[in-house]
Design a protein around this ligand. Structure first.
Ligand SMILES: C[S@@+](CC[C@H](N)C(=O)[O-])C[C@H]1O[C@@H](n2cnc3c(N)ncnc32)[C@H](O)[C@@H]1O
Length: 231
């Protein structure tokens, strides 16, 4: 495991370094260079923060490089869109306020995600836990006192930010919709298990912190059984 994580880290370092080079040398596509750097920092950071604050579960998957086929396809489609539009309609890729908004979302989004991972510590796991481990405690402080799913919120902002940075209109809409759908379903199943693990304590937490952090996503809310109205 150690040598393979070293290889992945080296590869991510190369991607980040190449990104810096592209940014400095190829001014016409500097946003692509910043994108490469952002992706390498994001994936390296996933492994690093897990290794630092939840070392018992760290493994090669912690880089999230092989998150899912859908993730890889979405990345490849965004690369294709960027280079196709850069070639066919370079005017679309003109640097504007959108690019800078994308940069802000990338930095803020990744910062929120990594801070959430640090805050949750050993309770954070890249895989949703269907059984409760002894050291899994309910986290309600820090960012978790503001929204219930700060790491998903951060990743959502980061992902949308990458498409703004690349000025990819098609993927911007696609990412905003499909990633939203992914997190809305994920949050419901995650909260189903959290309710099983922590029961009333999680129910109270949902009341104290009503926002999930992902827009228009409510999470796993209890089904309210109506008492018939007294006539
Ligand atoms: C990938 S982490 C995501 C955590 C959270 N959804 C977020 O966005 O910050 C998934 C794991 O975190 C755990 N988890 C989520 N919210 C938690 C909380 N408030 N306290 C403790 N564990 C939590 C879940 O049980 C799951 O195993």
């Amino acid at each position: 495991m150690l040598h393979e994580s070293a290889i992945r880290s080296y590869f991510l370092g190369l991607v980040g370094g190449a990104g810096i080079l592209v940014t400095l040398v190829h001014c016409e596509v500097w946003t692509w260079g910043v994108y490469m750097l952002a992706m390498s920092v994001f994936h390296f950071g996933e492994f690093y923060v897990t290794a630092r604050f939840n070392s018992k579960v760290v493994n090669l998957d912690s880089f999230l490089l092989n998150h899912s086929n859908e993730y890889l396809i979405a990345a490849a489609v965004s690369w294709a869109e960027f280079w196709l539009e850069q070639w066919l309609f370079p005017s679309v890729k003109q640097v504007s306020g959108l690019v800078y908004l994308g940069l802000v979302l990338i930095v803020v989004g990744d910062g929120i995600r990594k801070y959430a991972m640090y805050t949750a510590g050993v309770s954070f796991n890249h895989l949703v836990q269907d059984t409760k481990k002894d050291d899994h405690t309910l986290i309600k402080h820090g960012l978790y006192g503001i929204v219930r799913h700060p790491s998903y919120m951060g990743w959502y902002l980061f992902s949308v930010g990458t498409q703004l940075l690349l000025v990819n209109p098609v993927c911007l809409v696609g990412y905003a919709v499909f990633i939203w759908k992914f997190f809305s379903e994920r949050i419901v199943s995650e909260e189903y298990y959290l309710l099983r693990h922590f029961g009333e304590a999680y129910r109270d937490y949902q009341k104290q912190v009503p926002l999930t952090g992902v827009p228009f996503v409510q999470g796993c809310v209890p089904v309210v059984t109506r008492t018939p109205k007294q006539e």
